[in-house]
Design a binder for this molecule. Structure first.
Ligand SMILES: Cc1cc2nc3c(=O)[nH]c(=O)nc-3n(C[C@H](O)[C@H](O)[C@H](O)COP(=O)(O)OP(=O)(O)OC[C@H]3O[C@@H](n4cnc5c(N)ncnc54)[C@H](O)[C@@H]3O)c2cc1C
Length: 470
Protein backbone atom coordinates (compact mmCIF):
# COMPACT_ATOMS: atom_id res chain seq x y z
CA UNK A 1 0.00 0.00 0.00
CA UNK A 2 1.34 3.42 -0.93
CA UNK A 3 2.65 5.49 2.00
CA UNK A 4 0.39 8.39 0.95
CA UNK A 5 -2.70 6.16 1.49
CA UNK A 6 -1.36 4.83 4.81
CA UNK A 7 -0.93 8.46 5.86
CA UNK A 8 -4.59 9.11 5.11
CA UNK A 9 -5.65 6.20 7.35
CA UNK A 10 -3.34 7.53 10.06
CA UNK A 11 -4.91 10.96 9.66
CA UNK A 12 -8.38 9.44 10.28
CA UNK A 13 -7.63 7.18 13.29
CA UNK A 14 -4.37 8.60 14.66
CA UNK A 15 -0.89 7.31 13.86
CA UNK A 16 -0.61 5.01 16.87
CA UNK A 17 -3.74 3.12 15.80
CA UNK A 18 -2.30 1.97 12.47
CA UNK A 19 -0.23 -1.23 12.25
CA UNK A 20 1.86 -1.78 9.15
CA UNK A 21 5.02 -3.77 9.96
CA UNK A 22 5.13 -7.42 8.85
CA UNK A 23 5.44 -8.66 12.42
CA UNK A 24 2.34 -6.67 13.47
CA UNK A 25 0.31 -7.72 10.42
CA UNK A 26 1.13 -11.40 10.87
CA UNK A 27 -1.22 -11.70 13.86
CA UNK A 28 -4.13 -10.67 11.61
CA UNK A 29 -3.30 -13.04 8.75
CA UNK A 30 -5.24 -15.94 10.31
CA UNK A 31 -8.13 -16.62 12.67
CA UNK A 32 -9.37 -19.68 14.58
CA UNK A 33 -9.85 -21.62 11.32
CA UNK A 34 -7.26 -24.26 10.43
CA UNK A 35 -5.32 -24.01 7.18
CA UNK A 36 -6.25 -20.46 6.05
CA UNK A 37 -3.69 -17.65 6.16
CA UNK A 38 -3.07 -14.50 4.08
CA UNK A 39 -1.52 -11.19 5.04
CA UNK A 40 -3.47 -7.93 5.27
CA UNK A 41 -1.85 -4.71 4.03
CA UNK A 42 -2.79 -2.62 7.05
CA UNK A 43 -4.58 -2.91 10.40
CA UNK A 44 -6.49 0.07 11.81
CA UNK A 45 -8.35 0.68 15.08
CA UNK A 46 -10.99 3.39 14.68
CA UNK A 47 -12.43 5.13 17.75
CA UNK A 48 -15.97 5.79 16.55
CA UNK A 49 -18.59 5.59 13.81
CA UNK A 50 -17.46 8.81 12.11
CA UNK A 51 -13.94 7.44 11.70
CA UNK A 52 -15.31 4.18 10.28
CA UNK A 53 -17.41 6.11 7.77
CA UNK A 54 -14.31 8.08 6.70
CA UNK A 55 -12.33 4.81 6.36
CA UNK A 56 -15.03 3.29 4.15
CA UNK A 57 -15.07 6.36 1.89
CA UNK A 58 -11.28 6.22 1.56
CA UNK A 59 -11.46 2.49 0.75
CA UNK A 60 -14.06 3.09 -1.99
CA UNK A 61 -11.87 5.79 -3.49
CA UNK A 62 -8.72 3.64 -3.41
CA UNK A 63 -10.50 0.31 -4.08
CA UNK A 64 -9.21 -1.28 -0.88
CA UNK A 65 -10.92 -4.25 0.78
CA UNK A 66 -12.11 -3.93 4.41
CA UNK A 67 -12.07 -6.94 6.73
CA UNK A 68 -13.96 -6.20 9.99
CA UNK A 69 -12.46 -8.26 12.82
CA UNK A 70 -13.66 -8.80 16.38
CA UNK A 71 -11.53 -11.37 18.24
CA UNK A 72 -10.87 -13.52 15.17
CA UNK A 73 -12.38 -16.57 16.92
CA UNK A 74 -14.62 -17.51 13.98
CA UNK A 75 -14.22 -20.98 12.53
CA UNK A 76 -15.00 -20.27 8.86
CA UNK A 77 -11.98 -18.15 7.82
CA UNK A 78 -14.29 -15.13 7.99
CA UNK A 79 -11.53 -12.71 8.98
CA UNK A 80 -8.68 -14.06 6.84
CA UNK A 81 -7.89 -11.42 4.21
CA UNK A 82 -8.73 -12.69 0.72
CA UNK A 83 -6.54 -10.37 -1.30
CA UNK A 84 -4.81 -7.89 0.97
CA UNK A 85 -6.87 -5.00 2.32
CA UNK A 86 -7.35 -3.28 5.66
CA UNK A 87 -8.30 -5.18 8.80
CA UNK A 88 -10.64 -3.08 10.93
CA UNK A 89 -10.44 -3.69 14.69
CA UNK A 90 -12.99 -2.70 17.35
CA UNK A 91 -10.68 -2.76 20.37
CA UNK A 92 -11.28 0.98 20.93
CA UNK A 93 -15.04 0.52 20.59
CA UNK A 94 -15.80 -1.77 23.54
CA UNK A 95 -18.03 0.23 25.87
CA UNK A 96 -21.62 0.12 27.12
CA UNK A 97 -23.45 3.09 25.57
CA UNK A 98 -26.78 2.74 27.34
CA UNK A 99 -28.39 0.41 29.91
CA UNK A 100 -32.16 0.82 30.05
CA UNK A 101 -33.89 -1.12 32.82
CA UNK A 102 -37.32 0.27 31.89
CA UNK A 103 -37.16 -1.04 28.34
CA UNK A 104 -34.93 -4.00 29.26
CA UNK A 105 -32.26 -3.20 26.70
CA UNK A 106 -28.54 -2.61 26.65
CA UNK A 107 -26.77 -0.76 23.85
CA UNK A 108 -23.11 -1.63 23.37
CA UNK A 109 -20.25 -1.02 20.98
CA UNK A 110 -19.26 -3.98 18.77
CA UNK A 111 -15.88 -4.65 20.41
CA UNK A 112 -17.33 -5.52 23.82
CA UNK A 113 -16.58 -9.09 24.94
CA UNK A 114 -19.84 -11.07 25.18
CA UNK A 115 -19.21 -12.52 28.65
CA UNK A 116 -18.70 -8.99 30.00
CA UNK A 117 -22.19 -8.03 28.79
CA UNK A 118 -23.67 -11.14 30.48
CA UNK A 119 -21.82 -10.43 33.74
CA UNK A 120 -22.83 -6.77 33.75
CA UNK A 121 -26.57 -7.33 33.26
CA UNK A 122 -26.64 -10.26 35.70
CA UNK A 123 -25.43 -7.93 38.45
CA UNK A 124 -28.71 -6.08 37.84
CA UNK A 125 -30.91 -9.22 37.86
CA UNK A 126 -31.15 -9.33 34.07
CA UNK A 127 -30.14 -11.94 31.54
CA UNK A 128 -28.57 -11.94 28.06
CA UNK A 129 -28.90 -15.63 27.13
CA UNK A 130 -26.79 -16.24 23.95
CA UNK A 131 -23.62 -17.90 25.24
CA UNK A 132 -21.27 -19.23 22.56
CA UNK A 133 -18.58 -21.41 24.15
CA UNK A 134 -16.16 -18.68 23.06
CA UNK A 135 -18.06 -15.97 24.98
CA UNK A 136 -15.06 -15.10 27.19
CA UNK A 137 -13.01 -14.13 24.12
CA UNK A 138 -15.46 -13.34 21.31
CA UNK A 139 -16.95 -9.88 20.73
CA UNK A 140 -20.62 -9.05 20.47
CA UNK A 141 -19.96 -7.57 16.97
CA UNK A 142 -18.59 -10.96 15.90
CA UNK A 143 -21.52 -12.79 17.55
CA UNK A 144 -24.04 -10.57 15.75
CA UNK A 145 -22.22 -10.89 12.42
CA UNK A 146 -22.15 -14.68 12.70
CA UNK A 147 -25.54 -14.96 14.41
CA UNK A 148 -23.81 -17.17 16.95
CA UNK A 149 -25.55 -19.80 19.03
CA UNK A 150 -24.60 -21.23 22.37
CA UNK A 151 -25.32 -23.77 25.07
CA UNK A 152 -28.57 -22.05 26.06
CA UNK A 153 -29.92 -21.90 22.49
CA UNK A 154 -32.49 -24.66 22.82
CA UNK A 155 -34.68 -22.73 25.24
CA UNK A 156 -33.63 -19.15 24.58
CA UNK A 157 -32.68 -19.01 20.90
CA UNK A 158 -29.59 -17.51 19.28
CA UNK A 159 -28.07 -14.04 18.92
CA UNK A 160 -30.59 -12.81 16.32
CA UNK A 161 -33.42 -13.34 18.81
CA UNK A 162 -31.93 -10.61 21.05
CA UNK A 163 -30.86 -7.95 18.53
CA UNK A 164 -33.39 -5.13 18.70
CA UNK A 165 -31.50 -2.50 16.73
CA UNK A 166 -28.22 -1.67 15.07
CA UNK A 167 -26.16 1.24 13.91
CA UNK A 168 -24.06 0.37 10.86
CA UNK A 169 -21.82 2.00 8.29
CA UNK A 170 -22.91 0.81 4.86
CA UNK A 171 -20.38 -0.01 2.11
CA UNK A 172 -21.02 3.48 0.64
CA UNK A 173 -19.92 5.13 3.89
CA UNK A 174 -23.46 6.19 4.92
CA UNK A 175 -24.55 5.53 8.52
CA UNK A 176 -27.92 3.86 9.16
CA UNK A 177 -29.79 2.93 12.31
CA UNK A 178 -32.22 0.01 12.28
CA UNK A 179 -34.83 -0.91 14.89
CA UNK A 180 -34.14 0.47 18.36
CA UNK A 181 -35.40 -0.17 21.87
CA UNK A 182 -38.82 -1.00 20.45
CA UNK A 183 -40.47 -4.35 21.08
CA UNK A 184 -42.37 -3.89 17.82
CA UNK A 185 -41.25 -2.20 14.60
CA UNK A 186 -42.35 -3.18 11.10
CA UNK A 187 -41.36 0.01 9.29
CA UNK A 188 -40.05 -1.26 5.95
CA UNK A 189 -37.66 -4.09 5.20
CA UNK A 190 -36.10 -5.74 8.26
CA UNK A 191 -32.56 -4.40 7.82
CA UNK A 192 -31.60 -5.53 11.31
CA UNK A 193 -32.14 -9.14 10.29
CA UNK A 194 -30.27 -8.58 7.04
CA UNK A 195 -27.16 -7.37 8.86
CA UNK A 196 -27.29 -10.07 11.55
CA UNK A 197 -25.28 -13.03 10.21
CA UNK A 198 -23.97 -11.02 7.22
CA UNK A 199 -20.37 -11.84 8.22
CA UNK A 200 -19.11 -8.32 7.58
CA UNK A 201 -20.04 -8.47 3.88
CA UNK A 202 -22.83 -5.87 3.89
CA UNK A 203 -21.53 -3.21 6.24
CA UNK A 204 -19.82 -2.51 9.54
CA UNK A 205 -21.84 -2.74 12.73
CA UNK A 206 -20.97 0.13 15.05
CA UNK A 207 -23.55 -0.21 17.84
CA UNK A 208 -25.94 -2.94 18.97
CA UNK A 209 -29.10 -2.70 21.07
CA UNK A 210 -29.83 -6.02 22.76
CA UNK A 211 -33.02 -7.26 24.37
CA UNK A 212 -32.65 -8.48 27.97
CA UNK A 213 -34.92 -10.71 30.02
CA UNK A 214 -35.27 -11.28 33.77
CA UNK A 215 -32.60 -13.56 35.20
CA UNK A 216 -34.15 -16.97 36.04
CA UNK A 217 -34.12 -17.56 39.79
CA UNK A 218 -33.16 -21.24 39.89
CA UNK A 219 -31.20 -23.65 37.77
CA UNK A 220 -30.02 -27.21 38.03
CA UNK A 221 -27.56 -29.26 36.03
CA UNK A 222 -27.25 -33.00 35.55
CA UNK A 223 -25.39 -35.50 33.39
CA UNK A 224 -26.04 -38.98 32.04
CA UNK A 225 -23.60 -41.51 30.60
CA UNK A 226 -24.51 -44.00 27.88
CA UNK A 227 -22.91 -47.12 26.47
CA UNK A 228 -24.25 -46.30 23.00
CA UNK A 229 -24.50 -43.09 20.96
CA UNK A 230 -27.94 -44.09 19.75
CA UNK A 231 -29.29 -44.31 23.33
CA UNK A 232 -28.06 -40.77 24.00
CA UNK A 233 -29.64 -39.45 20.80
CA UNK A 234 -32.92 -41.23 21.57
CA UNK A 235 -32.90 -39.62 25.03
CA UNK A 236 -32.69 -36.16 23.43
CA UNK A 237 -35.65 -36.91 21.18
CA UNK A 238 -37.70 -38.36 24.03
CA UNK A 239 -37.08 -35.33 26.28
CA UNK A 240 -38.43 -32.98 23.62
CA UNK A 241 -41.29 -35.38 22.83
CA UNK A 242 -42.20 -35.05 26.54
CA UNK A 243 -42.55 -31.30 25.96
CA UNK A 244 -39.59 -30.36 28.12
CA UNK A 245 -37.42 -27.60 26.69
CA UNK A 246 -34.27 -27.52 28.82
CA UNK A 247 -31.88 -24.58 28.71
CA UNK A 248 -29.03 -26.88 27.77
CA UNK A 249 -28.98 -30.32 26.22
CA UNK A 250 -25.41 -31.01 25.14
CA UNK A 251 -23.77 -34.13 23.75
CA UNK A 252 -20.17 -35.42 24.04
CA UNK A 253 -18.93 -38.64 22.43
CA UNK A 254 -16.31 -40.96 23.92
CA UNK A 255 -13.30 -39.33 22.24
CA UNK A 256 -14.38 -35.92 23.49
CA UNK A 257 -15.03 -37.17 27.05
CA UNK A 258 -11.60 -38.82 27.20
CA UNK A 259 -9.91 -35.66 25.86
CA UNK A 260 -11.73 -33.44 28.38
CA UNK A 261 -10.85 -35.74 31.28
CA UNK A 262 -7.18 -35.83 30.27
CA UNK A 263 -7.26 -32.03 29.99
CA UNK A 264 -9.13 -31.19 33.21
CA UNK A 265 -9.07 -34.26 35.50
CA UNK A 266 -12.58 -33.72 36.86
CA UNK A 267 -13.57 -37.35 37.30
CA UNK A 268 -15.57 -37.93 34.10
CA UNK A 269 -16.16 -41.61 33.26
CA UNK A 270 -14.07 -42.53 30.24
CA UNK A 271 -15.35 -46.07 29.69
CA UNK A 272 -18.63 -44.86 28.16
CA UNK A 273 -19.67 -44.03 24.59
CA UNK A 274 -21.56 -40.77 25.19
CA UNK A 275 -22.49 -38.20 27.78
CA UNK A 276 -25.44 -35.80 27.87
CA UNK A 277 -25.39 -32.61 29.89
CA UNK A 278 -28.78 -31.18 30.90
CA UNK A 279 -29.62 -27.87 32.49
CA UNK A 280 -32.98 -26.37 33.35
CA UNK A 281 -33.81 -22.96 34.79
CA UNK A 282 -36.95 -21.19 35.99
CA UNK A 283 -38.98 -21.53 39.19
CA UNK A 284 -37.81 -24.09 41.74
CA UNK A 285 -40.69 -26.54 41.33
CA UNK A 286 -40.47 -26.70 37.52
CA UNK A 287 -36.69 -26.99 37.59
CA UNK A 288 -36.79 -29.93 40.03
CA UNK A 289 -39.59 -31.64 38.10
CA UNK A 290 -37.89 -31.25 34.70
CA UNK A 291 -34.49 -32.42 35.92
CA UNK A 292 -36.08 -35.51 37.53
CA UNK A 293 -38.09 -36.28 34.36
CA UNK A 294 -35.03 -35.89 32.11
CA UNK A 295 -33.01 -38.17 34.40
CA UNK A 296 -35.78 -40.78 34.38
CA UNK A 297 -36.01 -40.63 30.57
CA UNK A 298 -32.24 -41.06 30.30
CA UNK A 299 -32.40 -44.16 32.54
CA UNK A 300 -35.32 -45.59 30.54
CA UNK A 301 -33.31 -45.07 27.35
CA UNK A 302 -30.35 -47.01 28.75
CA UNK A 303 -28.21 -44.49 30.65
CA UNK A 304 -25.61 -46.40 32.64
CA UNK A 305 -25.18 -43.62 35.22
CA UNK A 306 -26.87 -40.30 35.99
CA UNK A 307 -25.88 -37.53 38.38
CA UNK A 308 -27.56 -34.30 39.45
CA UNK A 309 -25.07 -31.57 40.46
CA UNK A 310 -25.35 -30.94 44.20
CA UNK A 311 -24.38 -27.30 44.14
CA UNK A 312 -23.39 -24.47 41.82
CA UNK A 313 -19.69 -25.38 42.00
CA UNK A 314 -20.39 -28.92 40.81
CA UNK A 315 -22.75 -27.64 38.11
CA UNK A 316 -20.07 -25.24 36.89
CA UNK A 317 -17.55 -28.07 36.71
CA UNK A 318 -19.90 -30.20 34.59
CA UNK A 319 -20.67 -27.28 32.26
CA UNK A 320 -16.99 -26.42 31.98
CA UNK A 321 -16.43 -29.98 30.76
CA UNK A 322 -18.53 -29.12 27.72
CA UNK A 323 -17.16 -25.60 27.27
CA UNK A 324 -13.54 -26.81 27.11
CA UNK A 325 -14.26 -29.65 24.66
CA UNK A 326 -12.61 -27.86 21.76
CA UNK A 327 -9.53 -26.80 23.72
CA UNK A 328 -9.16 -30.34 25.07
CA UNK A 329 -9.41 -31.92 21.61
CA UNK A 330 -6.93 -29.42 20.18
CA UNK A 331 -4.22 -30.99 22.37
CA UNK A 332 -4.49 -34.33 20.55
CA UNK A 333 -3.31 -33.58 17.00
CA UNK A 334 -1.56 -30.60 15.36
CA UNK A 335 -4.70 -29.52 13.43
CA UNK A 336 -8.31 -29.48 14.43
CA UNK A 337 -11.13 -28.84 11.95
CA UNK A 338 -14.40 -28.14 13.68
CA UNK A 339 -17.59 -28.51 11.64
CA UNK A 340 -21.15 -27.72 12.55
CA UNK A 341 -23.43 -29.83 10.40
CA UNK A 342 -26.95 -29.38 11.75
CA UNK A 343 -30.09 -31.47 11.32
CA UNK A 344 -33.67 -31.35 12.59
CA UNK A 345 -33.34 -32.77 16.09
CA UNK A 346 -35.50 -35.78 15.19
CA UNK A 347 -32.61 -36.83 12.91
CA UNK A 348 -29.88 -36.53 15.55
CA UNK A 349 -29.30 -40.29 16.02
CA UNK A 350 -29.16 -40.83 12.25
CA UNK A 351 -26.70 -37.95 11.82
CA UNK A 352 -24.39 -39.34 14.52
CA UNK A 353 -24.53 -42.71 12.73
CA UNK A 354 -23.65 -41.08 9.39
CA UNK A 355 -20.69 -39.20 10.85
CA UNK A 356 -19.29 -42.47 12.20
CA UNK A 357 -19.83 -44.25 8.85
CA UNK A 358 -17.93 -41.47 7.05
CA UNK A 359 -15.09 -41.46 9.63
CA UNK A 360 -14.62 -45.23 9.16
CA UNK A 361 -14.88 -45.00 5.36
CA UNK A 362 -12.07 -42.42 5.08
CA UNK A 363 -10.13 -43.58 8.15
CA UNK A 364 -10.19 -40.10 9.67
CA UNK A 365 -10.21 -39.36 13.38
CA UNK A 366 -13.49 -37.56 14.19
CA UNK A 367 -14.67 -36.64 17.68
CA UNK A 368 -18.23 -35.34 17.95
CA UNK A 369 -19.84 -33.07 20.51
CA UNK A 370 -22.41 -30.32 20.27
CA UNK A 371 -25.74 -28.75 20.98
CA UNK A 372 -27.78 -31.95 20.77
CA UNK A 373 -31.06 -30.26 21.59
CA UNK A 374 -30.62 -28.01 18.54
CA UNK A 375 -29.55 -30.89 16.27
CA UNK A 376 -26.30 -28.90 15.97
CA UNK A 377 -23.35 -31.32 16.04
CA UNK A 378 -19.66 -30.49 15.91
CA UNK A 379 -17.91 -33.35 14.16
CA UNK A 380 -14.29 -32.41 14.78
CA UNK A 381 -11.49 -33.80 12.60
CA UNK A 382 -8.25 -34.34 14.49
CA UNK A 383 -5.65 -34.16 11.79
CA UNK A 384 -2.41 -32.60 10.54
CA UNK A 385 -2.43 -30.09 7.69
CA UNK A 386 1.15 -31.08 6.82
CA UNK A 387 -0.03 -34.55 5.79
CA UNK A 388 -1.46 -33.98 2.30
CA UNK A 389 -2.83 -37.51 1.93
CA UNK A 390 -4.67 -37.33 5.24
CA UNK A 391 -6.04 -33.87 4.40
CA UNK A 392 -7.43 -35.17 1.10
CA UNK A 393 -9.30 -37.85 3.06
CA UNK A 394 -10.52 -35.25 5.58
CA UNK A 395 -11.89 -33.07 2.78
CA UNK A 396 -13.81 -35.99 1.27
CA UNK A 397 -15.14 -36.96 4.69
CA UNK A 398 -16.35 -33.43 5.45
CA UNK A 399 -18.07 -33.14 2.05
CA UNK A 400 -19.95 -36.39 2.76
CA UNK A 401 -20.93 -35.16 6.22
CA UNK A 402 -22.41 -31.98 4.66
CA UNK A 403 -24.23 -34.10 2.08
CA UNK A 404 -25.48 -36.45 4.81
CA UNK A 405 -26.85 -33.51 6.83
CA UNK A 406 -28.56 -31.95 3.76
CA UNK A 407 -30.21 -35.28 2.90
CA UNK A 408 -31.75 -35.24 6.39
CA UNK A 409 -33.20 -31.75 5.90
CA UNK A 410 -30.23 -30.11 7.62
CA UNK A 411 -27.66 -27.46 6.77
CA UNK A 412 -23.92 -27.09 6.18
CA UNK A 413 -23.54 -24.69 9.12
CA UNK A 414 -25.78 -24.16 12.12
CA UNK A 415 -23.84 -21.38 13.82
CA UNK A 416 -20.27 -20.93 12.57
CA UNK A 417 -21.16 -19.17 9.33
CA UNK A 418 -19.97 -19.60 5.76
CA UNK A 419 -16.89 -17.36 5.55
CA UNK A 420 -14.39 -18.50 2.97
CA UNK A 421 -14.27 -22.07 4.23
CA UNK A 422 -17.86 -23.15 3.54
CA UNK A 423 -18.44 -20.88 0.53
CA UNK A 424 -17.81 -23.67 -2.03
CA UNK A 425 -20.62 -25.69 -0.41
CA UNK A 426 -23.23 -22.95 -0.02
CA UNK A 427 -24.97 -23.70 -3.30
CA UNK A 428 -25.65 -27.27 -2.05
CA UNK A 429 -27.91 -25.72 0.55
CA UNK A 430 -29.36 -22.71 -1.33
CA UNK A 431 -29.44 -23.79 -4.95
CA UNK A 432 -28.48 -21.49 -7.83
CA UNK A 433 -31.55 -19.27 -7.37
CA UNK A 434 -30.80 -18.82 -3.68
CA UNK A 435 -27.20 -17.79 -4.39
CA UNK A 436 -28.41 -15.39 -7.12
CA UNK A 437 -30.82 -13.71 -4.69
CA UNK A 438 -28.05 -13.24 -2.13
CA UNK A 439 -25.63 -11.94 -4.78
CA UNK A 440 -28.25 -9.37 -5.85
CA UNK A 441 -28.39 -8.04 -2.27
CA UNK A 442 -24.59 -7.97 -2.05
CA UNK A 443 -24.22 -6.19 -5.42
CA UNK A 444 -26.87 -3.60 -4.51
CA UNK A 445 -25.36 -2.69 -1.14
CA UNK A 446 -21.69 -3.17 -1.96
CA UNK A 447 -21.25 -2.46 -5.70
CA UNK A 448 -17.49 -1.97 -5.31
CA UNK A 449 -17.17 -5.30 -3.42
CA UNK A 450 -14.97 -3.78 -0.75
CA UNK A 451 -16.68 -5.40 2.24
CA UNK A 452 -14.96 -8.62 3.30
CA UNK A 453 -14.50 -9.98 -0.25
CA UNK A 454 -14.07 -13.70 -0.88
CA UNK A 455 -16.54 -14.59 1.89
CA UNK A 456 -19.92 -16.33 1.47
CA UNK A 457 -19.69 -16.37 -2.36
CA UNK A 458 -17.12 -18.77 -3.86
CA UNK A 459 -15.54 -18.60 -7.29
CA UNK A 460 -15.96 -22.36 -7.65
CA UNK A 461 -18.64 -24.56 -6.17
CA UNK A 462 -17.68 -28.07 -5.05
CA UNK A 463 -19.44 -30.78 -7.00
CA UNK A 464 -21.99 -32.53 -4.82
CA UNK A 465 -21.99 -36.32 -4.88
CA UNK A 466 -25.08 -37.73 -3.21
CA UNK A 467 -23.97 -40.53 -0.87
CA UNK A 468 -25.96 -43.70 -0.11
CA UNK A 469 -25.76 -44.17 3.67
CA UNK A 470 -27.54 -47.56 3.66
C1 LIG B 1 -13.16 -22.36 21.34
C2 LIG B 1 -14.26 -21.80 20.46
C3 LIG B 1 -15.58 -22.05 20.79
C4 LIG B 1 -16.61 -21.56 19.98
N1 LIG B 1 -17.91 -21.79 20.35
C5 LIG B 1 -18.91 -21.31 19.59
C6 LIG B 1 -20.28 -21.57 19.95
O1 LIG B 1 -20.59 -22.22 20.95
N2 LIG B 1 -21.24 -21.06 19.15
C7 LIG B 1 -20.94 -20.34 18.03
O2 LIG B 1 -21.88 -19.91 17.34
N3 LIG B 1 -19.67 -20.08 17.67
C8 LIG B 1 -18.65 -20.54 18.42
N4 LIG B 1 -17.35 -20.28 18.06
C9 LIG B 1 -17.06 -19.46 16.87
C10 LIG B 1 -16.81 -17.95 17.16
O3 LIG B 1 -16.37 -17.74 18.47
C11 LIG B 1 -18.06 -17.13 16.86
O4 LIG B 1 -18.32 -17.15 15.48
C12 LIG B 1 -17.96 -15.66 17.35
O5 LIG B 1 -19.19 -15.03 17.18
C13 LIG B 1 -16.90 -14.86 16.63
O6 LIG B 1 -16.70 -13.66 17.34
P1 LIG B 1 -15.38 -12.80 17.13
O7 LIG B 1 -15.47 -11.57 17.95
O8 LIG B 1 -14.19 -13.64 17.32
O9 LIG B 1 -15.56 -12.41 15.58
P2 LIG B 1 -14.53 -12.58 14.39
O10 LIG B 1 -14.10 -13.98 14.29
O11 LIG B 1 -13.47 -11.55 14.51
O12 LIG B 1 -15.45 -12.18 13.17
C14 LIG B 1 -16.52 -13.03 12.79
C15 LIG B 1 -17.22 -12.44 11.56
O13 LIG B 1 -17.86 -11.23 11.93
C16 LIG B 1 -17.41 -10.12 11.15
N5 LIG B 1 -17.41 -8.99 12.05
C17 LIG B 1 -16.83 -8.91 13.28
N6 LIG B 1 -17.15 -7.73 13.85
C18 LIG B 1 -17.93 -7.05 12.96
C19 LIG B 1 -18.57 -5.78 12.96
N7 LIG B 1 -18.50 -4.96 14.01
N8 LIG B 1 -19.28 -5.42 11.86
C20 LIG B 1 -19.39 -6.24 10.79
N9 LIG B 1 -18.81 -7.45 10.75
C21 LIG B 1 -18.09 -7.85 11.82
C22 LIG B 1 -16.06 -10.55 10.62
O14 LIG B 1 -15.74 -9.90 9.42
C23 LIG B 1 -16.26 -12.04 10.43
O15 LIG B 1 -16.89 -12.29 9.20
C24 LIG B 1 -16.30 -20.80 18.82
C25 LIG B 1 -14.96 -20.56 18.49
C26 LIG B 1 -13.96 -21.06 19.29
C27 LIG B 1 -12.53 -20.77 18.91
Amino acid sequence: MKQSIIDQFAHIVGEKYVKQSTSELLAYSYDATANFQRMPELVVSPADTAQISAIVKLCIQEKIAIIPRGSGSNLAAGTVPYNGGVVLLFNRMNRILDFDQDNLTITVQPGMITANICDYVEQHGLFYPPDPSSMKISTIGGNVSENSGGLRGLKYGVTKDYVRGLEAVLPNGEVITTGGKLAKDVAGYDLTSLLVGAEGTLGIITSITLKLIPLPRFKKTSIAYFSSLEHAAETVQEIIANKIIPVTLEFLDKKTIVAVEQFMHIGLSTDVEAMLLFEQDGDEVTVDKDIMTMTTIAKEKGATYTKIAEDEAQALQLKTARRVALSALSKLRPTLILEDATVPRSQLAEMVRRINIVADKYNVNIATFGHAGDGNLHPTCLTDVRDEQEMAQVEKALAEIFDGALQLGGTITGEHGVGEMKAPYLEWKLGEAGIAAMRAIKDALDPHHIMNPGKIFAKDTKKRVVVQFG
